[in-house]
Design a protein around this ligand. Structure first.
Ligand SMILES: [Zn+2]
Ligand SMILES: [Zn+2]
Length: 364
């Protein structure tokens, strides 16, 4: 794609006045008009170019934008690539010739130009912090209460161990990018502001890879399992978010790693059930114990403790063991343990037991 210099096409100076441009266009258009050059494809092509150039230069807005691009070109911007964007636009809109408005202006051309789908692992925004990663972790009931130190494996995008993130096959040559001189960025001027953009030739790497790394296919990163030791604090609740700073995905261009978030999923316990800071459990006694009262040993998260069941306790009565629950997050002590009393009735009784029960009934 040759550079398109609309001033050159119209054979006028860069600072030519609107009048001069108009005059130059009229003379040239007359000379190369298809009616005067029937069948001459060169002339026809030239005529189209003249139209295109004049379309831009006659319009003060389009001319100003075009001049900015030319200015940017002087400072090292690759004009050839812009020409490529232009010609694509022209193809979409053949009759009108190229028009900036088709692209929504210069800013849009730049963004199209730089977002061509290739991975920009670059100084695009300077050092960039890595992404946060969130994982769920099954935490056994007791560990959720006591706290837990464990090691988990988290799949993450890591720098490729073969090429160490460069994307180049070890031993293959990498060239310093001729476009940006290895800086990875290109200065351009837009609307009077100097802007730093990722180099389009090397995608911000500063180097050009001759042979991509075979391990990572030139991406520079690989999905790998990282082993991370994590501390689950005592008293965590199901679904809470625990932040592990600096253990997320790696940053780009020397930026820090993101954070890791662990969401504990507390696995069930066959005896205890947890609701907030309180613990619930069931115990079973027989009907005589329920009637006469009994002291039994009940499991708590601190071990077994005595529980006095008063005489006349009804089935499904709930007794409280104060302060045997989970440490409250606000530091105001602990929750409670609630014990539901199940009463078991005998299925079979001996004849003597039956006799005694009859006597019991007669006395009530
Ligand atoms: Zn690699
Ligand atoms: Zn470059």
């Amino acid at each position: 794609m040759p550079k398109k210099d609309y001033y050159e096409i119209l054979d006028v100076k860069n600072n030519a006045s609107a009048e001069d441009i108009k005059k130059a266009y009229r003379d040239l258009a007359k000379k190369y008009h298809p009616d005067k050059n029937p069948g001459d494809e060169v002339a026809e092509e030239r005529f189209k170019e003249i139209q295109e150039a004049y379309d831009v230069l006659k319009n003060p807005e389009k001319k100003a934008e075009y001049d900015q691009i030319k200015e940017a070109e002087k400072r090292g911007f690759n004009f050839g690539d812009i020409g490529d964007v232009f010609s694509r636009g022209r193809g979409e809109n053949k009759r009108q010739g190229f028009g900036f408005n088709d692209f929504g202006g210069l800013g849009d051309i730049f963004s199209r130009f730089f977002d061509r789908g290739e991975r920009v692992r670059s100084s695009r925004y300077g050092p960039t912090r890595g992404n946060d990663v969130t994982v769920e972790l099954e935490v056994p009931f007791e560990k959720a209460i006591s706290g837990w130190e464990t090691v988990i494996e988290v799949p993450q995008e890591e720098d490729c161990p073969t090429c160490h993130g460069t994307g180049a096959q070890p031993g293959s040559k990498t060239q310093t990018c001729p476009e940006c001189g290895g800086k990875g960025t290109i200065e351009s001027v837009q609307g009077g502001f100097a802007l730093s953009r990722p180099c389009p030739r090397c995608y911000g790497r500063g180097t050009i890879i001759e042979q991509p790394c075979q391990t990572c296919a030139g991406r520079g990163t690989l999905q790998q399992n990282r082993r991370i030791s994590v501390k689950i604090p005592p008293g965590v609740d199901d679904g809470m978010k625990i932040r592990v700073p600096g253990q997320g995905e790696p940053g780009v261009s020397g930026g820090p790693r993101g954070d890791l978030y662990i969401i504990p999923r507390i696995s069930g316990h066959r005896f205890f059930e947890r609701k907030g800071d309180d613990i619930y459990c069931n115990i079973t006694i027989d009907f005589v114990q329920a009637i006469l009262g009994v002291t039994i040993m009940v499991s708590t998260i601190d071990g077994k403790v005595k529980l006095k069941i008063p005489p006349g306790t009804q089935p499904d009565a709930v007794l409280r063991l104060k302060g045997r629950g989970i440490k409250r997050k606000d530091g105001t002590g602990r929750g409670d343990q609630f014990v539901k009393v199940k009463v078991k009735l005998p299925k079979d009784v001996t004849s003597k037991q039956a006799e005694l029960l009859k006597q019991f009934k007669e006395q009530t």
